[in-house]
Unconditional design. Sequence first.
Length: 490
Amino acid sequence: MRPVKFVEVSNLRVTYLGRTRPSLEVEELAIDEGESVLVLGKSGSGKSTLVNVLNGVIPHMISARVEGEIRVFGKDPRKTPVHEMSHLVGTLLQDPEAQIFHHIVRDELAFAPENYCFPRVEILSRVNEASKIVGVTHLMERETSTLSGGELQRVVLGSVLTLKPKSLILDEPTSNIDPDGTAEILSLLRSFKEGGISMIIVEHKLERVLPYVDRVILVEDGRVTLNVTREELPKEMERLMRAGVEVPEVRRTVSKRNATGRAILKGKVKVSSGRKVLVDTEIEVREREIVALMGKNGAGKTTLLKAIMGILDNRYQVVAHLTMMDKEISKMPYYVRGRFISYLPQSFDVMFVKRTVEDEIKFSSDDPEQLIRLFSLDKVRKDDPLTLSFGQRRRVALASILGRRQRLALLDEPTSGQDWFHRRSLGEELQKMRENGVSFLVVTHDSRFVDRFCDRVMVMREGKIIYSGSPEQVFESRLVMPPVEYEGRK
Ligand SMILES: Nc1ncnc2c1ncn2[C@@H]1O[C@H](COP(=O)(O)OP(=O)(O)OP(=O)(O)O)[C@@H](O)[C@H]1O
Ligand SMILES: Nc1ncnc2c1ncn2[C@@H]1O[C@H](COP(=O)(O)OP(=O)(O)OP(=O)(O)O)[C@@H](O)[C@H]1O
């Protein structure tokens, strides 16, 4: 008998409900048991569609017509109940928030094994083991709604691991994770691989993940256009670059500023929740400056942005003394601050108010066409923002923020889940807007983006900004890991 493969697909065709054209067409694809495969491709190319067909999310949770043959460990995910599939394939979705069902972390982790009615001791030991693997033992009693983005991503991965699945599908597993955490996740990939777990990884950070995979697949415009072993990849680099995939590239000279302008935002912020102090820091952003706010998961970056914006709920106590262009803003309600500060939250789907991309962007901009072009949204302009790929959705949200042209924009992880092509266009756009007098405070873990486009970096640790300097200085200081190609450049 032929051994059962991890994945066998032929003549697959996926057409989302409400669309006439298929979003994915794959003639043949096979992945052996134990193999690990990296899926590359530009935003909107069909990567998530591919993995969601394999784990059954499509069509069980997202409606689409799925034609052709699909076998995952010999089973057709369309005909296999989700709870049976989840023993075969554990999935970490791109948007961790979509995968959280419980208020308390411990319950979230226990959820799957409880559903399978494992004995009590077994549940406990699985929960303990998984929480250790992903490093969340200190968060077990916390409310999931108070976790930082990176903490949330770890919890979701932990809950996937409690079922000890035969294979893993990881859609951007490191997108919200700080550089140290990314290294930890990557070493997890190594141990999964050694443990014989088959894996499909969707990830834009090609060179970081490459050591842990056997094969690389490129998806372009809904088709698999390249399927090569890791060893064969180097000769395809040109090709990948043309497809908009991030490959290590030589440094280009970009216009950076030594911002000496006057402060646009300045002051002190303290945020606590009960007795726990989450943020206690001074901050300054100058006129015409792109500042990156970096630091480990849970350092307090998002909390600081929310405090500046005035949108923390009553679980938090805020004491702030903040001026914007010498005007005290700390007592102003958020909608007044919104006149001169714009804000892109980490989870942005709640922002959408219109039914088409076009209307959404028109709603807040006087030059929607330019933004639609800039963020390559032309093909999806008539679509409902909520039906887009993750990267596309984030770009719609960004376009609607940037259309408003406030003096200061607070962007929480605008680059996560974006291919390099789109991160670069965003960087270039921010630099253009900076010339027109806008300042940016950008929370990000993306050191390549920072290296290329940011004027200054502030590093946050345990609620305090402990360092401020140029990207070069910060990388030298080793407070933040430099981009991979940085070493070779000096
Ligand atoms: N109500 C609360 N009670 C206790 N701790 C809280 C509460 N709300 C937030 N925290 C903690 O405050 C810390 C700061 O969270 P924040 O979201 O600002 O982090 P971050 O720096 O943006 O992280 P990430 O890079 O993961 O997005 C986190 O450890 C978070 O778990
Ligand atoms: N629920 C849906 N309904 C309709 N169309 C969808 C839906 N989800 C995705 N699409 C469309 O299918 C195409 C492929 O999307 P997919 O999410 O697979 O891309 P992706 O390569 O994962 O992108 P990203 O890197 O931005 O996450 C896109 O054009 C998208 O607009």
